[in-house]
Unconditional design. Sequence first.
Length: 546
Amino acid sequence: MLEAPELVRVRGTMDFVPPQAALHRQLLNTLHDFIALYGYALIETPVLESTELFLRKSGEELAARIYAFTHWNRRLCLRPEFTASVIRAYLQELRHRPLPLRLAYSGPTFRYEKPQRGRYRQFTEVGGELIGATGPAADAEVLAVACGALERLGVRDYRLVVGHLGVALQLLAQLGIDERGQALIIGQLEALARKQADAAAVIQRVALLLGAPGDASGDGAEPDSALRALLAQVGPEEAARLATALLHHASLPLDGGVRSPSEIVERLLAKAARPDPTPRVRTAIEFLQQLHGLAGPPAAALGRLEALLAEYQLASDPLRELADALDHFAHHGPRPREIVVDLSLARGLRYYTGLVFEVYDDGPDGPLQLCGGGRYDGLVRALGGPDQVPACGFSIGLERTRLALERHGALPPAPGPAAALVIPVEPADHAAAVAAAGALRARGLRVELDVRGRGLKSALRHADREGIPLAVIVGERERASGSVVLRVLATNQQHMVALADLPAAATAVLAEAGVKSAGAGATRRVAPNGEATARGTAGADEEEHG
């Protein structure tokens, strides 16, 4: 008989087990609470979306990493990021709300990545979108919320990198590169900046995708330059006649398809006559590399960049927008260790149009990108909106942020065990024990009820092993008198209290010992206080009720 295969979690995903799952939720709630202070209201979108939603404007890099599938002839995918989903929800549900609209979100996202430290196939994003506002004040608010949220978690000494896509897009338009070409080039910026790709190889690959000759050398090599010269010499009508004759002579059929023979010839000639895009692509890549080389602190970088833009006869408006946003940001609370202006920053997503930024934690094992975002004024219309609506947003990677806190020793302690274990001594005591547990829970304490009937001694041993600071014991005598025995496990001191007084007594004991007593439960053991406590009728020994 064949053995069933071992069932393990999917590679690139994680299990969060107690108490780590509670810590994960604690970090998430801290971020939510901080972002809400700025007026961002929570929105939840489906994990399952139409694949087309992320193909229109997200870019080739993201499209290649989508978990996509077809179900009943519908192309669906697992959400790879939140911004497109939030804008889709805005168009469907919120378009008639007054602007600006501030929306916050969190949840799992999925990308087919190579798993490694800080990079997973399922990860949690927490972020916000500011829809319907433009200008430096709006950009600065998004920067402030993103950085302030990280600081609220305990992230310190982080590096903020800011850029502006307006400069790169301006040059690409000046070179006559169409929208598809712009997306292809900008999609390569991150790999070039991080030296993960060779510039010459990128130029050749992008030029080929834009219709360059097979060698993509751009040096006028035969046969393409000769063909272009011939077409220019004979004119379009004679070229069409010659092309048709050559195709017939080669016995290549021109009918039977969707297009007419004349349309086929026209398309072939248009493609052949199209100028080689390689020189323009090379100019664009070299310019973008210069932008990266001029990156640095704002005061120095902005001056150098203004000189470069003047050299290429480009407007300096994006630089002024970036400088104004940073001036506004300085009035907010966050204080990055370092701010770097890098106009080659592109974020790998095609929908960005203006300010972009990323936040890094630098450590001995390399930088961790904790957060990223930017302005995307064209996304609403690209996804079907009737109007151009400005928008800006950010997203924090929760797992990476947790790693950063961990390596700096700044990770908060995980929520501890329950505050109390309620122990019915005999089956007949169960109803009274349930009442005692309910009274404590109504006060906001986390409480376990012994449901195994393991006996008093074993139940107390279990509480001690789990670090539960208090035991509430209910036996026949307690049941008869409407009371319980409250025991502090660290000192073995105990006393009898009326059931009505139990919540206040338990809270007081926990507070005296410095133990967190809210719904998260205790975070450390109760320490001995050396004070004598009157013993109840149950006595001090476990065997008294055993």
